[in-house]
Design a protein around this ligand. Structure first.
Ligand code: 3H9
Length: 691
């Protein structure tokens, strides 16, 4: 049963009941249609209430149906019928109303909501646009400006915001459905409210505003088509009559549905959810975590503390250095204050979160914590010493996690007597903002310890991905290949601004050299020094980054790096000094610089990532290709509409990637060793989606 109906004193109550999110699959659509038929047939029905079972009102169209042949009734038809039904319909929005779920509510005459409800038309995030009248009804209800902003961003509005916009009529604190039924009873027999389709056009219709807004959207979308297409549909709400607007919306919806971007974004949606359910952890039970100990109050430790405290965990923060501890607490306090100023958090929530952070001056005080996250300097000797101390202090069953980005956690675990409790939790900086968390599976880790870290990640609102132990885990190991190719390309003939431009055009928010300037060139320099002892002499080494470091060009923080920065400006300008360094490096290495096409830049960078992704799959560092995609979309700015590097590879064809790898190998057969898995998949005519 995906929907229930009940008649109570002339009011037909329709309850969507299609777990997990009451999506509007074929059965639900047919069920609503049948209920609407009953209204026509049964004159004792005087009003209708629609609500959702459980904590969700409706998650929208059933995304799993996308790409399959449509089976009627279609949602637009159901909603047209609903909007024109003979009696008043009240939507009792008991939880989130997303996409088609909000469109359903917009087709009702009245909307009331629980205070915890939220509303969005998030279709653009899936590469499509609202396709059941949302682009025509919402602007007529809340005005074109609010609607354009909501629809092109896909963001959620809280019940309170929805009320202030006029999207809902009332917020009901208790017993929403009972209130809705009473409201409906009061409406019974009265003239029904005219539907939104009866409004000629949005009250605040403003073409100049829309033109300016469109420019902003195009630049923000970075190649993603759906926000721009969604605005085109919103424009129809003021340009043509309602019925014609629906036709336009439908055409644009169908066009988006056919696009590669839709496939990429839907893949990203399901990959993100699948990644958090690692099959090896099936049946493992997370241990209870209430109190978290954090070692190290630097940028990383403080960021982790902010994330934990804001999500309701109590935190004990330790640092060997009192000044560092004070500075860390200060940073945490300032971040909460800034969140309040930016209205990301209420003042009460910020005060409560801050109160959950307790500074401690002795490691022994970590003895009652359920999870300890170590975020100190990246040195094996220091970390081993810390974990040897922690194994004695931590209570039995406590999970001990290292936030290392590179170090071999198996080696750390082996130095202790409780390796089953020792795992990695690799946060990305700033840890309170970045969504990605790599949970690192050490050889002897217990499944429960890993499941605990995944559960904590979920509560922190992170996207957690399970990865094995190797230098750089999934993300940094692949990212290293990306960076390497970027530097090889620069030595071979491109300039940093060329490489950055091409990668931005591909959809990255920033190119690799902009990222390096933002993060600081010292990070790369320290990594290279760490690798000096083990670097294979056959590996090509580019010295340009070292030369810039020697000149104290550390990026934005010193006003110069790969680019030069004018005072107060965050966008770098190309610098002739850098070009001179590049030319000198090429000369020194006997490289005759040549013109490098944009296609070569893009392919060398992406194919090197894909080839390494295949190696990572083969080594078992990532369990599935979708885990790699999830890491890159959520941690490295890979455009979600490309679906991640492995999905992109499947889309362009693995034989194209392998041909490229072999072609590039003609000039550097060390960097371009085709992955055995890639070769095998091409031979077997399979894609990474099979992995
Ligand atoms: C649309 O409506 C188009 C219309 O305009 C026009 C049509 C003509 N369908 O996220 P969670 C699954 S487009 C199918 O972990 P939460 C999800 O895969 C749609 N399945 O839960 C997961 O499955 P599993 C516009 C869906 O509580 C499970 O539900 N709507 C759908 O953290 C739990 O998901 C959206 O874009 C769906 N629509 O968050 C809403 N939604 O357990 C997308 C979820 O097997 N959904 N599932 O892994 C969301 O944003 C969140 O899921 C939601 C709940 C906020 C609803």
């Amino acid at each position: 049963m995906v929907l229930h109906t009940k008649i109570d004193d002339g009011v037909l109550l329709i309850t969507l009941d299609n777990p997990p999110v009451n999506a509007l699959g074929q059965g639900v659509r047919a069920g609503i249609m049948k209920a609407l038929d009953s209204i026509d047939q049964d004159s004792s029905i005087l009003a209708v209430v629609i609500t959702g079972a459980g904590k969700t009102f409706c998650g929208g169209a059933d995304i799993k149906e996308f790409g399959k042949p449509p089976v009627g009734p279609s949602l637009p038809d159901v909603l047209l019928r609903l909007e024109n039904t003979r009696v008043s319909v009240v939507a009792a929005i008991n939880g989130v109303a997303m996409g088609g779920g909000l469109e359903l509510a917009l087709s009702c005459a009245h909307r009331i909501a629980d205070p915890r409800a939220a509303m969005a038309l998030p279709e653009v995030k899936l590469g499509i646009i609202p396709g059941a009248g949302g682009t025509q009804r919402l602007p007529r209800l809340v005005g074109v400006k609010h609607a354009a902003e909501m629809i092109t961003s896909g963001r959620k509005a809280s019940a309170e915001e929805a009320l202030s916009m006029g999207m809902i009529d009332e917020i009901i604190e208790n017993d929403l459905v009972a209130y809705a039924i009473n409201l409906a009873k009061g409406l019974a027999g009265k003239d029904r409210h005219p539907p939104l389709s009866a409004i000629e056009k949005p009250a605040d219709w403003d073409v100049q505003w829309l033109d300016a807004f469109e420019k902003k959207i195009i630049s923000k979308a970075r190649g993603q088509l759906s926000p721009v297409k969604a605005l085109e549909a919103v424009r129809a709400s003021g340009e043509v009559a309602f019925a014609e607007g629906l036709v336009r919306e439908r055409e644009i919806f169908a066009e988006c549905m056919k696009s590669d971007q839709r496939e990429g974004l839907i893949h990203a949606f399901f990959a993100e959810r699948a990644a958090q359910k690692a099959p090896v952890l099936d049946g493992a039970s997370p241990r209870e975590v209430k109190l978290i100990g954090i070692l190290g109050a630097g940028t990383m430790g403080a960021g982790i503390a902010i994330a934990c405290a804001a999500s309701g965990y109590s935190v004990k923060l330790f640092d060997t250095n009192d000044d560092a501890l004070r500075a860390g607490l200060d940073r945490i306090g300032k971040t909460f204050d800034a969140n309040v100023a930016k209205k990301r958090m209420s003042a009460d929530a910020a005060r409560d979160a801050m109160a959950r952070v307790s500074p401690i001056s002795s490691l022994d005080e970590l003895n009652d914590t359920d999870l300890i996250i170590e975020a100190v300097i990246e040195r094996m000797d220091v970390k081993k010493e810390i974990f040897q101390a922690l194994e004695k202090i931590a209570k039995p069953g406590a999970v001990l996690a290292s936030n290392t980005s590179y170090l071999n956690i198996d080696e750390i675990a082996a130095a202790t007597s409780r390796p089953q409790d020792i795992i990695g939790m690799h946060f990305f900086s700033p840890a309170n903002i970045m969504r990605l968390l790599e949970v690192i599976q050490t050889k002897k880790a217990s499944m429960d310890a890993l499941a605990t870290a995944m559960a904590v990640g979920k509560k922190l609102g992170k996207v957690s991905v399970l990865a094995g132990v190797c230098d750089g885990f999934i993300g940094n190991r692949i990212f290293k290949k990306y960076r390497q190719q970027a530097e090889y390309l620069v030595e071979d003939g491109a300039l940093p601004q060329d490489v950055d431009r091409v990668m931005r055009a591909f959809g990255f928010a920033m190119g690799p050299f902009q990222v390096s300037d933002l993060a600081g060139l010292d990070i790369g320099w320290h990594n290279r020094r760490r690798e000096d002892a083990t670097r294979d002499p056959k590996e090509r080494y580019v010295t340009i980054g070292d030369s810039l470091y020697d000149l104290k060009r550390l990026g934005q923080k010193t006003g110069a790096g790969w680019y030069r920065y004018e005072e107060g400006v965050r966008i770098g300008a190309p610098d002739p000094v850098v070009e001179d360094i590049i030319l000198a490096a090429a000369k020194e290495n006997d490289i005759t610089r040549r013109k490098i096409t944009d296609d070569e830049i893009r392919d060398r960078i992406l194919f090197s990532m894909i080839n390494e992704g295949a190696n990572i799959l083969e080594d078992g560092i990532a369990q599935r290709a979708l885990d790699i995609d999830t890491v890159f979309i959520n941690g490295y700015g890979f455009p979600a509409y490309r679906g991640g590097p492995m999905f992109y590879a499947d889309q362009i064809g693995l034989e194209v990637v392998l041909d490229g790898v072999r072609r590039f190998a003609q000039t550097d057969d060390y960097a371009w060793r085709p992955s055995a898995l890639l070769v095998k998949l091409v031979e077997d005519k399979k894609g990474f989606s099979s992995q």
